[in-house]
Design a protein around this ligand. Structure first.
Ligand code: MRU
Length: 348
């Protein structure tokens, strides 16, 4: 049973603190939207679908605390709440998708008495959270067909249960292959600078007894050249209409290496990660994070004080490097523009 990193119990949102894994397993509790926004900024919760789920709960908490007497005033205040949550991280589109769904729910139910409207918004957040694991299981069922028995799969970052409402996207495809009786071994890139691979992917796979070997980011090319990788599966933070995919920094390098070595490179993501408003990947906003993530590991300083640093948190892999995009409604291959539009339409 894979971990569920976000729980809602007795009116309280509980999230495992991903900054502390794998050394400590600490659950933090949230009941107000500003703290949820802070948890997203500081990466207590991270991974595109998980950010969306957390934001939906944050919006519901914000709605619950609004004290006004009419629905127009409520919608105006709710907009402020959603804007605050939206200003946390710019790249993963699931955040904006979830907030838009919450706002649509508020507009559609604006005729309800305010207490009922607040209750309806909480129900919507719960529905977004609960649906996510099933979405990933459906994605896994479609994607596991692409994973051969005995496959050695390279993954980058953490696109696992921890990054979602449960089961995972890229790791969900691997879990589904294992559940289908296939022998699968995972190679996890460490994923500098935040070390999602070293800290999180290894932790959750080890916990589920799925064989995993940790490598440094700069080892992937060597492992491919030695014939030790059969395919790559990664998650996504935002997929443009043409299939260009933003994912954790370093994904693009892995995709180019995979092409050079003739290896399939798969992206697994829910249709809520597809942004049909953007024609191509050049329009995807890329988050730049703090210099300290690069100059330090924890409290340990690695680089000279005052050194110039760049820290883009994501890169964009052009769709020509992507062999297939696996979603909960099916697999897009070839002409991504029409295939993705059709898959997104199925989800509406
Ligand atoms: O900065 P993060 O840890 O939020 O980045 C996460 C990733 O890039 C994941 O690969 C992506 O969100 C897919 S998660 C199912």
């Amino acid at each position: 049973m894979s971990i569920k990193p976000i729980l809602f119990e007795d009116g309280v949102l509980k999230m495992i603190d991903q900054r502390l894994l794998p050394v400590e397993e600490v659950w933090l509790s949230y009941t107000d939207y500003r703290s949820v926004a802070e948890a997203i900024v500081t990466m207590v919760v991270r991974g595109a679908p998980a950010i969306g789920v957390a934001a939906a709960y944050g919006a519901a908490f914000g709605a619950g605390a609004i004290e006004v007497s009419d629905s127009d005033a409520f919608l105006a205040e709710f907009d402020v709440v959603c804007k605050h949550l939206a200003a946390t991280r710019p790249t993963a589109v699931n955040l904006f998708w979830a907030l838009e769904r919450m706002q649509e729910c508020a507009r559609d139910n604006a005729n309800l008495p305010l207490d009922a409207l607040k209750a309806r918004l909480l129900e919507e957040a719960v529905a977004i959270g609960e649906a996510d694991e099933q979405i990933n299981r459906n994605m896994g069922a479609h994607g596991q067909v692409l994973v051969p028995d005995g496959a050695r799969v390279l993954t980058h970052c953490n696109a696992g249960a921890l990054a979602t409402g449960g089961f995972g996207t890229a790791l969900g495809v691997i879990r589904a292959a294992v559940e289908a009786g296939k022998k699968v071994a995972v190679l996890a890139d460490e994923t500098r600078p935040w070390l999602q691979g070293a800290r999180l992917t290894t932790w959750e796979l080890q916990r589920d007894n799925i064989p995993v070997t940790l490598i440094c980011d700069n080892m992937a090319g060597y492992m491919m050249s030695q014939g030790e990788i059969d395919c790559v599966i990664v998650g996504a933070d935002r997929i443009a209409a043409n299939g260009d995919t933003a994912n954790k920094i370093g994904t693009y390098s892995v995709a180019v290496l995979a092409k050079e070595h003739g290896l399939p490179f798969y992206v697994a993501a829910p249709t809520s990660t597809v942004d049909l408003n953007l024609t191509d990947g050049s329009k995807i906003p890329i988050e730049e994070r703090s210099e300290r993530e690069v100059t330090h590991v924890g409290e340990k300083q690695l680089a000279p004080t005052g050194i110039t640093v760049r820290n883009p948190a994501f890169d964009v892999t052009p769709s020509r490097y992507i062999s297939a995009i696996i979603t909960e409604h099916g697999v897009a291959q070839g002409d991504y523009v029409s295939a993705l539009a059709a898959l997104v339409a199925q989800g509406r």
